[in-house]
Design a protein around this ligand. Structure first.
Ligand code: CA
Length: 123
């Protein structure tokens, strides 16, 4: 297991839906320090499934707290497609396949609002 992993409040989970939202813990109040949340989303399989992720809000402590994401249903930091941090709302993400994961990890101090995102697998 990676050193990025922190012990934190229970959070995360999985959901199977064409579209949906994910909010960081406590949102729009700040997430906690030492948050460690894994989310897995599944969309109905199609001939060429893909998932588009749009961020409505994003505020993480730059370079210390991260939202990682990747394809498939096995969160694995070494296979992340990206790691998001800072105060700028990211561009939309497109992931091929019918499942993807997010992993929110914060360090031991300084927190912000976190994130609000919507996914859409209808494409
Ligand atoms: Ca922090």
């Amino acid at each position: 297991m990676s050193s990025f992993i922190h012990v934190g409040i229970p959070c995360g989970g999985s959901e199977n839906a064409t579209t949906g939202d994910i909010f960081s813990p406590n949102y729009p109040r700040n997430y906690n320090s030492r948050t460690n949340c894994q989310y897995v989303i599944y969309v109905p399989p199609t001939k060429r499934p893909s998932i588009r992720v749009t961020f409505q809000d994003f505020a993480l402590e730059d370079a210390y707290d991260f939202l990682y994401y990747g394809a498939g249903d096995q969160p694995n930091l070494s296979e992340a497609l990206g790691q998001l941090t800072g105060l700028n709302t990211p561009e939309d993400i497109m992931v091929e396949g019918s499942a993807m994961w997010f992993w929110l990890a914060s360090d031991s101090s300084v927190t912000f609002r976190g994130f609000a995102l919507t996914w859409d697998g209808s494409g």
